[in-house]
Design a binder for this molecule. Structure first.
Ligand SMILES: Nc1ncnc2c1ncn2[C@@H]1O[C@H](COP(=O)(O)OP(=O)(O)OP(=O)(O)O)[C@@H](O)[C@H]1O
Ligand SMILES: [Mg+2]
Length: 246
């Protein structure tokens, strides 16, 4: 496993409040990593910095074997260099079918005119079938996405991100609003996705984090408070004080 992404000494303030405070973080490829921590710890801001939405005041953010600085790149350049992000609210095209949504995601880098052509090529059709199987929506390909359950929409959105084959996938609170069965499916899906890429999952649900069965980073006040196995970090007195013991 080699390092794919490295943040060092990153800080960002909003109106004098240090949301991220001298943060250092590394993730390998492939790797699955869970990020936990109290509300306001800086978890979403951390993802905003990686994707270029928020620019840090200080520090370095280095990606890939060529060690390129993400700080010099636009949000769209960062996305095109292989960093995908899933927001909390699903953003699938509700009027389109599951198949059409996946076709759009697959053809995205090549422009909107390829969409209908793409799904008609054998490779495109096969990729759509593969991703549908991967996300558990094989039986729903012809359904309008707006008819899917909340959990199914989330999987479709993850599928649309996987269609772009990102090297790093960032997922913020995927379990929110899901049934227990949907949560279980989501952990399986993320674990499989992380077999071949780096996946960072922010989540408050500790059962969900336990099922991910991966290294955990605990953020607090914009810095890493603890890191290691879930058992290791949940025994840490500081983690108990600021997060678990609330
Ligand atoms: N664009 C912004 N402008 C001003 N303050 C911000 C901005 N983004 C984040 N903050 C502040 O930075 C701190 C960290 O917020 P962030 O959303 O990263 O926390 P979080 O760990 O994701 O919390 P939660 O678990 O509630 O999602 C908070 O105090 C928040 O109010
Ligand atoms: Mg957040």
């Amino acid at each position: 496993m080699s390092t794919l992404l490295e943040l060092s000494g990153v800080s960002v303030s909003f109106d004098g409040f240090r949301a991220i405070n001298n943060l250092s973080f590394q993730i390998g490829e492939p790797e699955l990593r869970a990020i936990i921590g109290p509300n306001g710890a800086g978890k979403t801001t951390f993802m905003d910095i990686i994707t270029g939405k928020t620019r840090p005041d200080e520090g370095r953010v280095i990606f890939g074997e060529k060690s390129v600085s993400l700080l010099k790149m636009s949000e769209s350049q960062i996305a095109r260099s292989g960093i995908g992000r899933k927001f909390q609210k699903p953003t699938v095209f509700e009027a389109q079918t599951v198949r059409e949504n996946l076709a759009m995601a697959l053809s995205n880098p090549r422009g909107p005119f390829d969409v209908l052509l793409y799904r008609k090529t054998p490779t495109g059709a096969r990729r759509i079938e593969e991703i549908a199987a991967e996300i558990g929506l094989t039986d729903h390909l012809t359904r309008r996405s707006g008819e899917l359950s909340h959990g199914q929409k989330q999987w479709l959105e993850i599928g649309m991100l996987l269609a772009q084959d990102p090297r790093l996938l960032l997922v913020d609170e995927p379990a929110a609003g899901m049934t227990p069965a949907e949560r279980e499916h989501t952990t399986d899906l993320l674990k499989r996705a992380a077999a071949t890429r780096a996946v960072v999952v922010v989540e408050h649900d500790m059962e969900f984090v336990r099922r991910l069965d991966c290294k955990v980073t605990v953020l607090n006040e914009g810095s890493v408070l603890a890191e290691g196995s879930l058992d290791h970090v949940t025994k840490n007195q500081d983690v108990i004080d600021v997060y678990l013991g609330r």
